[in-house]
Design a binder for this molecule. Sequence first.
Ligand SMILES: [Zn+2]
Length: 422
Amino acid sequence: MHESLLTLLRCPFCGTRLSPVENHALTRHHGRIVSGVLGCECCAFPVVDSIPVLVADEASRAAIVALEDGRPDDARDLLLGLDAGRSAALRVLLGRPTPASYRELTAVLSPDAEGTYFVYRFSDPTFVMAEGVLRALGQNDALSASWLIDVCGGSGHLTRVLTHVQAASATPGPGTVLADVVFSKLWLASHLTAPACHPVCCDANHPLPFAGGVFSLAVLSDAFSYIWHKRLLAGELMRLTGPGGAVVMPHLHSALGWNYSAGMPLTPAAYAELFAALEPRLFRDADLLTALLDGDTVDLTAAVTPEAMGAENALTLVASADASLFRRYTVAPATAVSGALIVNPLYTVTRHERGSTLTLTFPTPEYADEFGGCRRYLPDTLEVAADLTAPIDPAALEHALGADYGGLRRRRVFIDAPRHYC
Ligand SMILES: [Zn+2]
């Protein structure tokens, strides 16, 4: 963790500041605390692989013991929740000369259906919609002028968007925090998905471990339904954002609609009531996605009342005292490459004389069922006049494809992914 983060961090229990314990477990490197122990007036918390873990449970206590014993790799494996076999597999991957990919690391760290889904996160319709909303709001430099935070941000796919939005701002703030309770997701984010982010391990069912008013934008996407202490968390998100800041919650499951793994959803009226102090506005996810796909537009004038939301499955809430945010935005398709340009991992690639054939291939029938909406922009099959079985040089591909290149980027056939993603 960068030491500047200490100005933001507060104990989730006693609310006091945290400072590093100056003992032999403390390792610093170029202004960062790589490992060690943070103390407040009530507790001690480990920092492992540069990630502060502001959770008081058995694993974090065991991690402190391992750190003070001089075994930082054991502390990491404890927090990653690895058994002996997976711990050995991780050490093999990390000891290899070629960097391990997100897909390989996920197979060790999170070998379940959720882990599989996240490999394909960058093109699923929920992500496309949420990314569009953040890129639209990011056009307001004031929203990037302080710290940003992605709460319950998992392995950092949307956090990556926030770090790019902040970097592109005329007045970029000090950084983007990724908060999540699952250490392995934060570890993946900081190693691969969003290397520019500041990961903080914390439980969103407790008070969030940050000072008030220090964030200009707080995002919580596709996770609020799984939180039991919703009233507490809504209050916390509003406490974190300063005057003129915004709370953005893409993809809230509605209790009046239908959702895969719905969690514990509320009605649209109940979501709005939780943020009443900021007069939140609600938008239909389906409308937001359609406007993006059809016209590169995010229309934040098209708010819908809770009553008019009807049986819509999912909605997006934007809450801010700054009324000027609620306007119509044009979100130009992304053309830059910040990581590595790859063929969308939902395609299988077959090489032939004239180029490559791409075939849309869903990883599981369940994935196809839940995210098949991506067929609106991902063609079932297509021919591309280039060899796509080797690493892609974006400039050479653009030259080879001419006018088609922009369209294929826009449709997410090609993705600007983190380096070493697949
Ligand atoms: Zn404390």
